[in-house]
Design a protein around this ligand. Sequence first.
Ligand code: SAH
Ligand code: SF4
Ligand code: F3S
Length: 466
Amino acid sequence: MNNARTVHIKSFGCQMNKLDTSLVASALREAGFAFTESVKEADVVVINTCSVREHAEARVVSHLGHLKHARKHRPDMIVAVIGCMAQRLGESLLAHDVVNVVCGPGQIPQLVHLIEEAFASNAKRMAVADVIRDPEDSSSDALEQFESAYGHEGEEGRALRGQAFVRVMRGCDNFCTYCIVPYVRGPEQCRPPARILDQVRRLADEGIRQVTLLGQTVNSYQYRNGQKTCSLADLLGMVAEVEGIEWIRFVTSYPSEEFYDDILHAMASSPKVCRYLHMPAQSGSDRILRAMNRHYTAAQYLELLARARRIVPDIAIAGDFIVGFPGETDEDFQATVDLVQQARYRNCFVFKYSPRPGTTADKRHRDCVPDEIKQRRNVELLAVQEAVSERLSRGFLGRIVRVLVEGPSKKANVNPTDAHSHPQLVGRTATDCIVVFNGSPSLAGRFVDVRITETSPLTLFGVLAE
Ligand code: SAH
Ligand code: SF4
Ligand code: F3S
C-alpha cells in the first residue's frame, strides 16, 4: 500500500457535483489510488468544477494558478478538471499549461482510464460530450452503471456521517434563461426506481440514516415503465419503507402546479419525510419571472406556499433569488422584497445575476444592472429575510427539537448557558434548522433531542435533553 499512487480531490460545486466527486473517489480507490489531503504529495489532483456563476469559475481558475506552483516541484503530477466547467470549456481548459485531463459530468465513468492514459503517455486527454443533448448518446447507460457501482460506498467525498445523497434525476429541461445547467448537464433523465431503491438499501446497510434525493426539478421526477409511472411521492413512500432510513429529504423543487400535492401528502403522512421544501422563486416580479422563463407568477407561487402550509402546517420553506437580472428596476426589486416578506421562508439564498455565455438571457440582454446596485439589493434582501428568520427562530425558545448530529461545529459559537465540558456540535432538525449544542463527538451521525435555550436568525443553541 505504501507505494500506492495518491490522489487529491476538491469539489467547487453544488450537491450534485459533490455526489459526482464521491463516485469518482470510489472508482479511484478501486483502481488502487490512496487519498491525500495535501496537494504537494498528490500524484493526481482532481478538481470538480461549477459553472453556475462567473465567481464559481474564477475560483477554479485561481486554484489552477496555485497548482502551477505545486507542479514546479512535481513535474509528473497529473491534473484532471472534471464537472460543469470542464463540459463548458472543453478544449480551452486543456490548453491551460497545468491541465492534463478534461472530463465532463457525462463522461466520469471514463475518468480513471483517462488518468491512466495521461500517466502512461504524458499526453493530454479530453472527454466531453460533443452534443450533450443527443438522445442517442449512450453515455447515460454508462453513467447508470457507474452510479450503481459506486453510489453506495465510500466515506471519502461523503461529507457527513450517517447522511448520503442519492441522485434521482440527471440534467434539466427547463432552460430558465439565466441558467447554464441544462447546457452542461444535458437533458432531464429520471433514474429507474429499482436502481434508486437498491442504492438506498445498501446505504442503509452501511449505517446511513438520512438520504437526500437530488434532482434539479426533483418534484417532477417521473419514471415510466410500461403502464406504470412512479412519481416522487411514490418514490418517497418506497424509500420510507427501507429499514434503517429515518429521514428523507429531496431538493430542489420547481414551483409548478403539477407534481405537488401528492408530495405534500406524503410528507404529511410519513414521519420519515422531512417537512422541508426548497423551492426557489428567483424573483417576485412577474415581468422578470417571464424574462427568466419561469412558468409562474408571484401570486401563483405564494398560493403554492399557502397550499403547502394547509397540507403540512409546520413545513419549513427555503428559497433562492437572483437580484440584478437584466432590466430589473427598483419596482421589480420591491416586488421581490414583498414576496420575501410574505413567504415566511426559514432561509433564503440570494445570488447576484451572473451572465453565462450561451444562455438565452446572455444572448438577449446586456448585463445592465451595475454591480453596486446588485450588491445593494443583495444586502437588502438578506436583511429582510434575516428579520423573518429571527422571528421564526425565537419561536423555538424552550422547545425540544430532534436533531441529526453532523459533528463538531466549525464556528466557535459559544452557548453561554452550557458548561464547556464537551466540544460544540452542530446538527440539523428535519426542518433544516441549524442547532448548536455541547456534546460528545461520538454523537455524529446519531439523532438526539436538544432543548433550545438561545436563538439567532439562522442558528438555534441548546442543551442535550435527557
Ligand atoms: N435546479 C435548481 C437550482 C440550480 S442552480 C432550481 O431550479 O431551483 C442554484 C441557484 O443558482 C438557482 O436557484 C439560482 O438562484 C442561482 N443561479 C443560477 N444561474 C444563475 C446565474 N446565471 N446568476 C446568478 N444566479 C444563478
Ligand atoms: Fe437551471 Fe432552471 Fe433547470 Fe434549475 S430549473 S437547473 S434554474 S434551468
Ligand atoms: Fe451544480 Fe454548478 Fe454544475 S451548481 S450542476 S456544479 S454548474
